[in-house]
Design a protein around this ligand. Structure first.
Ligand SMILES: Nc1ncnc2c1ncn2[C@@H]1O[C@H](COP(=O)(O)OP(=O)(O)O)[C@@H](O)[C@H]1O
Ligand SMILES: [Mg+2]
Length: 381
């Protein structure tokens, strides 16, 4: 068999849980990739609360981080097992598992970004190679350490004839611009779901079963406040030229509260409608600048019908569709990207794009935590 099996594990800024995939990648070029299995393991509410608290300075962070990293590693291993089971493959057949880890701080201006994980623990659980800590090398080379998915988007979704853009709407939204000829570019756009989720949780979740605004139904029942929208759009990050990346470090509830202070009489539902429009407007502006004719959306935001409708309204007559139209379900693209990045690491090929991250050059990303007993069979298990 010439194909190699990899697992990819993504848990993003939305803090919803762990997405896992198992995929077979061809060794030959161009890339072919068969998605064989997937799994989603939601975060237990207590872990979610801990991870939310760790986004800011607090008491005894080191111990809380280390404990959370162990809990995450256990979920990453479980998600890998679940995805392998669904794919009907043995975990030990995997060449490696690529794990993004859980971002709790992203500070590229200080050349660091913190993804909680305990890759050694995952390697111990699964007995296969684990590749982790993908961002540090790019940061060490002067880059943002983000976004890292554009090289995969290019390999998977690039077209020789169409100018495409891939927009991932996770907690934060990011863009990959794929012209048929010329340089691939990409950057973080701003808030994807993070503010929508936070505002919904504060105003609605106590009374509803859901903790996010399913299909954007609540947002749709409100009215966009142009004045608030303009105030939110005045955030300097939106105008900053790339390379740029961001996270909950900037777009958090306090950021929103500081703007809302000037709009005391606005109803919560109108705030939600405006936040949805903020996500759509900033994405449309980023895409329009790059002049792509086809826009493919991935991440949880692709399932928000109201958000997709708002994007279509702003970007018509361009094509706006979920990446499912290109053969990969929107929920699985980012996890698949980390399976692919692990494959690039093992092959000692670079995973970053310096034009995207601003790094001084292309770098092999990640650290390899070997599985037990691999290759030489001499480990004392
Ligand atoms: N049906 C839906 N309607 C509205 N929003 C959705 C829906 N499904 C998922 N989402 C949003 O997607 C988010 C998860 O997206 P995801 O791509 O996993 O982000 P991240 O990578 O940051 O974890 C959820 O927090 C929620 O806001
Ligand atoms: Mg997620």
């Amino acid at each position: 068999m010439t194909d190699a099996l990899f697992a990819g594990i993504m848990s993003g800024t939305s803090l919803d849980g762990v997405d896992a995939v198992v995929a077979a990648f061809s060794e030959a070029s161009p890339l072919t990739c068969q998605l064989l299995g997937n799994a989603f393991v939601p975060f237990p509410p207590t872990l979610r609360e801990t991870l939310l608290a760790l986004q800011q300075s607090g008491d005894d962070e080191l111990a809380h981080s280390a404990r959370a990293a162990n809990a995450l590693a256990d979920l990453y291993a479980q998600a890998t097992r679940d995805a392998a089971k669904q794919a009907d493959v043995e975990v030990t057949w995997l060449r490696a598992v690529g794990i993004h880890g859980q971002t709790v701080r992203h500070c590229p201006n200080e050349a660091w970004s913190c993804q909680l994980n305990n890759p050694a623990r995952v390697a111990e659980h699964l007995s296969v190679d684990v590749v982790a800590d993908f961002r540090s090398r790019d940061l060490a080379a002067g880059g943002q350490g983000a976004p890292l998915v554009p090289a995969f988007h290019a390999a998977m979704f690039g077209s020789a004839s169409k100018h495409r853009a891939i927009v991932n709407i996770g907690g934060i939204a990011n863009l990959t611009d794929l012209p048929p000829h010329g340089a691939i570019t990409g950057f973080d756009i701003g808030p994807g779901n993070v503010l929508l989720d936070a505002w919904y949780a504060r105003n609605r979740a106590p009374h509803q079963k859901e903790w996010f605004d399913r299909d954007g139904a609540w947002a749709t029942s409100g009215k966009v406040s142009q004045a608030l929208l303009e105030a939110l759009l005045s955030e300097p990050f939106f105008k900053k030229p790339p390379p740029k990346s961001t996270g909950r470090d900037l777009f958090h509830s306090a950021w929103l509260a500081s703007h809302l202070a000037s709009f005391p009489s606005l109803s919560p539902v109108d705030v939600q409608a405006t936040l949805l429009q903020l996500t759509a407007t900033t994405i449309a502006a980023a895409v329009s600048k790059e002049a792509a004719e086809e826009i493919y959306v991935c991440g949880g935001g692709a399932y928000n019908t109201a958000l997709m409708n708002a994007l279509v309204a702003l970007l018509t007559p361009r094509v706006v569709k979920a990446t499912d139209a290109l053969g990969v379900s929107a929920q699985h693209v980012e996890a698949l990207a980390f399976a692919w990045l692990a494959r690039e690491t093992l092959a000692r090929r670079p995973g970053n794009l310096p034009a995207v991250t601003g790094a001084q050059g292309a770098r092999i990303l990640g650290a390899i935590y070997p599985g037990r007993g691999s290759h030489r069979g001499r480990c004392d298990d």
